[in-house]
Design a protein around this ligand. Structure first.
Ligand code: BG6
Length: 489
């Protein structure tokens, strides 16, 4: 059951992803999807909507009609019990028709203020009482801060237990984010070096060229910190920093990630300025097109104090990482759309190739998350004939990714995991709780102090100057994200 089935997410991501799974044979013929939303649509209107979405994102294919024949529609009022009774009857009929054995997934792809009501009614009206499994998939944002997330969690826990809840962070469905663990734990080469003896710093950048588009109303209350840092960015930090789990099972992986969140150096109102900086885009030019500043966007306050850019230094106070900064940065309207992780290694103890005019390049391991997917290892070699100078060389592996925003591929993986009952790539409540408590101090401080410099970076740039200073003071610099020509760095 997809609540919010007439919305954008369902159209752009969920239907195409389900179709891909169906086409690959990952979904059997015994399935039905009920689209649930307010609009007064018929089953047929919904089916043609689903078909359109697939044709738009994937193109023509032979079995689309067969696939969409499994789709049904229920016009629904979330607060009306009768709607749930109708939904239950339809579900029971489909259960029988397709021999579903009572297995149900409830996907909430709609505004979070309805999550509590929906989950409560699903239980009281008997939709969760089946002979099979019942699972709840929840889209972000999971709360607005720790208190609201706690309240939401309490509400949904009345009807679903933690192991039935699948909180989506679509970054965890990205191919190369999932590969962080494989790179670390399947290679004898890296794990021995993966600590503060050999790594000087780690940089995670997720830059976007888009502005807030039509989402001004939501974004004004969210900002980049809640929109990107609390979830996606900190999730990547936890995967990079966690200890090797004893097994790759859901519980083991999550418990190692939770330990990272617990070891993150707590922010206080007096140290936020030292560790985090914020930015807001001004008008400018993105890839040759003139664009408006954030304060001129629809539904945005002309004096807005909302940040569209965040850069920060996260310290992890444990044995492995003491003294190694994890720098993160993310923003809208930047130079390029790219997500990359750069692991910078320390200098070798004694440089036999020391050259005053040509300092040796540090070894870097770059994990390209998007748009290109792959890994690059930056090494130093010697040109023939040159006895004293080294020159950087790259070992690269590139896996051509789908160049798009929130590629359906991530949703495809996550939907498949949920159907199989594998919650490893979803966020546990403990992770959500700890990450909110980390960012809450920063957002409370920022909300209490108006930034006098806003707007402080032109659209189409890599963010405010202060982000460079953040690394400068530690003797580092951001490695570029678009293209990676080390000779020019
Ligand atoms: C979403 C944010 O979670 O992630 C958006 O709400 C952002 O504001 C998006 O644009 C970025 O995702 P991706 O997959 O394009 O990097």
């Amino acid at each position: 059951m997809i609540f919010g089935a007439t919305g954008d997410l369902a159209k752009r991501k969920l239907f195409p992803s389900l179709y891909q799974l169906y086409r690959k044979g990952e979904i059997s013929k015994n399935f039905a999807v009920i689209g649930v939303a307010r609009r007064d649509w018929s089953h047929d209107t919904f089916k043609s909507h689903v078909k359109d979405s697939i044709l738009t994102s994937i193109g023509k294919d032979e079995n689309i009609d067969e696939f969409v024949s499994h789709f049904y529609y229920q016009s629904h009022d979330v607060s009306d019990s009768n709607s749930y009774v109708e939904l239950r009857n339809l579900s029971n009929d489909l259960d029988e028709k397709y021999d579903l054995q009572g297995n149900r997934i409830f996907y909430l792809a709609m505004a979070p203020e309805f999550f509590g009501t929906i989950t409560e009614k699903l239980k009281t009206e008997g939709l969760t009482e089946t002979g099979g499994y019942t699972r709840l998939v929840i889209e972000k944002p999971f709360g607005h801060d720790l208190p609201s997330a706690e309240k939401l969690n309490e509400q949904i826990r009345q009807s679903f237990s933690e192991d039935q809840i699948y909180r989506i962070d679509h970054y965890l469905g990205k191919n190369m984010v999932q590969n962080i663990e494989a790179i670390r734990f399947a290679n004898a080469l890296f794990e021995p070096l993966w600590n503060n003896r050999y790594i000087s710093n780690i940089q995670i950048t997720s830059s976007e060229t888009l502005g807030v588009e039509e989402r001004g109303r939501y974004y004004e209350k969210s900002g980049a910190l809640r929109d990107m840092v609390q979830n996606h960015m900190l999730q990547m930090v936890s995967l990079l920093a966690m200890e090797p789990p004893i097994k790759l099972t859901t519980d083991e992986v999550r418990s190692e990630k939770v330990k990272v969140f617990r070891a993150m150096r707590e922010m206080t109102s007096s140290n936020v300025d030292e560790f985090f900086i914020r930015g807001q885009y001004d008008n400018g030019e993105v890839q040759g097109t003139k664009v408006a500043g954030y304060r001129e966007e629809p539904n945005v306050d002309p004096n807005s104090n909302t940040e569209t850019y965040v850069a920060g230094k996260v310290l992890i106070d444990n044995f492995r990482w003491a003294g190694v900064p994890f720098y993160i940065r993310t923003g809208k309207r930047m130079t390029a759309k790219a997500t990359k992780i750069v692991v910078e290694f320390k200098e070798i103890p004694m440089n036999l190739y020391y050259h005053p005019e040509k300092p040796q390049h540090p070894n870097l391991l770059v994990i390209h998350i998007q748009p290109d997917e792959g890994v690059t290892l930056h090494l130093n070699a010697k040109k023939s004939g040159d006895k004293l100078k080294t020159t950087p060389v790259n070992l690269s592996y590139s896996n051509k990714g789908i160049n798009g925003i929130n590629t359906p591929e991530a949703y495809e993986k996550l939907l498949f995991d949920c159907m199989r009952g594998d919650a490893t790539n979803f966020t546990h409540w403990d992770e959500v709780k700890l990450s909110w408590s980390f960012v809450d101090t920063i957002s409370t401080y920022w909300e209490s102090t108006t930034s006098k410099e806003f707007p402080n970076y032109p659209a189409g740039s890599m963010g405010p100057k202060a982000a460079d200073e953040l690394l400068d003071q530690d003797g580092f610099k951001w490695w570029p994200v678009d293209g990676f020509d080390v000779d020019n760095c």
